[in-house]
Design a protein around this ligand. Structure first.
Ligand code: UD1
Length: 344
């Protein structure tokens, strides 16, 4: 879509940067707001190298309402907002709950308020399959009930969806789509952008690539006594570029007036569950690297198995995850090698 401007908050982050690229590939203009609290400005160079264009960039914290109002006054004609900017570390949220509620909910409310004041109609929110907890029925559909949240982080996603529901009910000109991500992994095939965790990674795939490259001694596999075929926990790992593309079609859906309700919710997954050991084996096969790993006890708060029912997203969005697991793991590995070479 030409001459359409989309605000991407958190656009220098992992999923935000991949989404900025896919939007620009589809002809959208992009303005990023990011406070760089968990990302690096050099990501903009990666986006420019891939797309041949540079997104507009504004560095500030969306918690600052006055600064945000100034932004809306300058960028008058926003067609949509995609909101990624949020804290996302589960363990940290348990230690610092107020920091999570303060940041994740204030940014959301400031943006929604700004949309009402400055007449922006379309909003996409970065939600998570964490809202389902351990679902009673698998694969899990969008109508499965919320389970009580395991962490303040998870709770911010549940509350955020409730806030959006109330706000669109009261403002019928607003349209929102909440995208519930399963486990996004991998990097852009160019290896010019990818996931850049600070410190020790919490998530499985960055831990695997850092172990394979020698930054970590060994991967700890958290639990092999789950009620699954090989005893390790099952997740639905989705390629980050596939995930990014779902944001583009969500924006197009809203701009074209195809939304069926003011708040729509979609699962973003592949529909296929993989165990931790299946990921380890697939990584070794696709990269030819040997991975040092050890089975240890379960990680607190982990669920046994969760994977998406993708029928609704496939049908309504006309979108489907396409990139296979091995190719995705290879992209994560190529990115890890690129990052380490650059640092040398
Ligand atoms: C986690 C969060 C989830 C969040 C998502 C964001 C928890 C409990 N859940 O999902 O709320 O939305 O990240 O990306 O933290 N594993 C290992 N060894 C490791 C790391 C992970 O065996 O070093 C296992 C885990 O036990 C799990 C699987 O790998 O079974 C995936 O873990 P992870 O990548 O952290 O994602 P989730 O826990 O599913």
């Amino acid at each position: 879509m030409k001459n359409r401007l989309v605000l991407v908050t958190g656009g220098t982050g992992y999923i935000g940067s991949h989404t900025a690229v896919e939007l620009m590939n589809e002809g959208f203009d992009v303005v990023i707001i990011d406070n760089l609290s968990n990302s690096d400005k050099s990501v903009l160079d990666g986006i420019a190298a891939i797309t041949g264009r540079r997104p507009f960039f504004e560095q500030f914290d969306i918690c600052d309402k006055e600064r945000l109002a100034d932004f809306f006054k300058v960028y008058k004609k926003l067609d949509a907002i995609i909101h990624f900017a949020a804290y996302k570390a589960v363990g940290e949220s348990v230690e610092k709950p107020l920091m999570y509620y303060q940041n994740n909910l204030t940014t959301l409310m400031n943006l929604l308020q700004g949309m009402i004041e400055f007449n922006v109609s379309n909003f996409v929110f970065s939600s998570s399959a964490t809202v389902y907890g351990q679902p009673d029925v698998l694969p899990v559909t969008e109508s499965a009930p919320f389970k009580s949240a395991d962490s303040p982080y998870g709770n911010t996603k549940q509350i955020a969806e409730e806030i959006m529901r109330d706000v669109v009910n009261a403002n019928k000109d607003l349209y929102a789509i909440s995208l519930r991500y399963f486990n996004p992994i991998g990097a852009h095939p160019s290896a010019l952008i990818g996931e850049l965790p600070r410190g020790v990674p919490n998530n499985l795939v960055p831990f695997i690539t850092q172990t394979a490259i020698g930054i970590r001694d060994e991967l700890k596999v958290f639990g092999d006594d789950y009620n699954t075929p090989d005893g390790t926990a099952i997740r639905d790992y989705i390629n980050v570029v596939d995930l990014a593309k779902a944001h583009v079609v969500s924006i197009q859906r809203m701009i074209e007036g195809k939304s069926k309700r003011n708040l729509e919710i979609f699962n973003l997954g592949t529909g296929k569950g993989s165990s931790v050991m299946e990921i380890v084996n697939a990584f070794e096969k696709s990269t030819g690297e040997k991975l040092n790993y050890k089975i240890v006890g379960r990680r607190a708060g982990d669920v046994e198995s969760v994977y998406a029912d993708t029928k609704y997203a496939n049908k309504e969005l006309g979108w489907k995850a396409e990139v296979g697991l091995k190719e995705t793991l290879l992209s994560a590995w190529n990115w890890e090698k690129y990052v380490r070479n650059k640092k040398r």
